[in-house]
Design a protein around this ligand. Structure first.
Ligand code: CA
Length: 218
């Protein structure tokens, strides 16, 4: 599992970022000060770091040096929106720089980009007897190839990356169709039905009353 370290002293922001990353299937650790962040880096291997710059004790720039020593990519998430700070952050070797207030979807997209750049994303998954090869978008069950449409494949990935979580139709639509949900629940329902049938996940993908669906995985 991809592991991400968030170092942020504003609890509300740390929680927002953590919640969204967890929802997207990443494992997340949060530290509220520069020293706690450095400790975490020493204890654990991370695939990506998200650092605030103005932090108690050790600041984000200094923390970046730690992370670079461990070859972990860093995204700065900071209120310091002035150009010199941005240039300094990028010169020091940050992968990206996001200014507060920020759009959470934009942050998620940047996280994906950096992970892809570092080839940290998963290439293959084995779930419920299915073998999913992500780069080639192929799904097999034993010897048998399961033909999924583009959207069905994305839907399958969303489910397997979020096991045992009730996913709202709205969220499913926005993630898979990449456009705002206008209340058309039939599109989601239809695709879920087809995916269930094709992939033999009738038991695993269950309807959640008034919410949407949940991928049940023991
Ligand atoms: Ca701060």
């Amino acid at each position: 599992m991809i592991r991400i370290l968030i170092v942020e002293d504003e609890e509300a922001i740390a929680n927002l970022v953590r919640m969204n990353l967890v929802k997207a299937g990443y494992e997340c650790h949060v530290a509220a000060s520069g020293t706690a962040g450095a400790d975490r880096l020493a204890e654990c291997q991370y695939d990506l770091c998200i650092f605030d710059i103005m932090l108690p004790e050790i600041d984000g720039y200094e923390l970046l040096e730690y992370a670079k020593g461990m070859e972990v990519p860093v995204i700065f998430l900071t209120a310091k929106g002035e150009t010199p700070d941005k240039v300094r952050g990028l010169r020091l070797g940050a992968e990206d720089y996001i200014t507060k207030p920020f759009d959470i979807l934009e942050l998620m997209a940047r996280v994906d980009t950096v992970l892809r750049r570092y080839r940290k994303t998963e290439q293959e998954l084995d779930v419920c007897g299915l073998h999913i090869d992500i780069p080639s978008r192929r799904v097999t069950k034993g010897e048998q190839e399961i033909e999924l449409t583009y959207k069905e494949f994305d839907l399958l990935l969303l489910f397997v990356r979020n096991p045992n979580v009730a996913l709202y139709r709205e969220m499913i639509y926005e993630r898979v169709w990449d456009s705002p949900y206008m209340g058309d629940s039939r599109t989601v329902d239809l695709h879920v039905q087809r995916l269930r049938k094709k992939a033999g996940l009738e038991q695993e993908i269950e309807a959640v009353y008034k919410v949407g669906y949940r991928f049940r995985r023991k």
